[in-house]
Unconditional design. Structure first.
Length: 161
């Protein structure tokens, strides 16, 4: 029996969410989060993709945290010397965030280990052709078809810098 378009769309969406949840649980259980949590890494990774400091709102668009939770997490990263705040030259009331050298090194160190886990999990389940198809499909769903654009990449967690 052929599924209707609404059923197919919803079944596809459910499969995507289930795969994401399963993989994220596996990644979170990996023994690599001894120095930073997976959420802290997400913030460090997102900041690492920007050549210039960014505002909290821009950071918030690229991570899966509420704005209050992100503010608290950024505060902890600032206190640990991994993220730096700088006044926003365009808006005296605002601040911009950037990685410190220690934050950049932490992101790279954790990123190498995380990339190994991602390669192992995804590579065990998909062929190279399927990985290319998955990348194209998920970028299309995210509204971004240009590969390797770093300005608004909504898929930060699964790549290494």
């Amino acid at each position: 029996m052929t599924r209707s378009l609404p059923h197919l769309a919803n079944d596809s969406w459910e499969a995507l969410l289930t795969a994401h949840a399963v993989l994220m649980k596996r990644f979170a259980a990996a023994p690599i989060w001894d120095e930073v949590s997976i959420r802290e890494y997400d913030v460090l990774y997102t900041l690492s993709k920007h050549a210039a400091p960014i505002r909290l709102g821009e950071l918030n668009r690229n991570v899966l945290l509420s704005q209050p939770a992100l503010s608290r997490l950024v505060e902890r990263l600032v206190d640990r010397g991994l993220v730096e705040r700088a006044p926003d030259p365009a808006d005296g009331r605002g601040v911009r965030l950037t990685l410190t050298e220690a934050g950049r090194e932490q992101q790279r160190r954790t990123g190498r280990r995380h990339a190994d886990d991602v390669t192992r999990e995804v590579g065990a389940a998909l062929t190279e052709t399927e990985m290319r198809q998955l990348e194209a499909i998920t970028r299309k769903l995210a509204g971004r078809t240009r590969p390797h654009s770093t300005e608004t990449d909504p898929i930060p967690t699964l790549r290494r810098q």
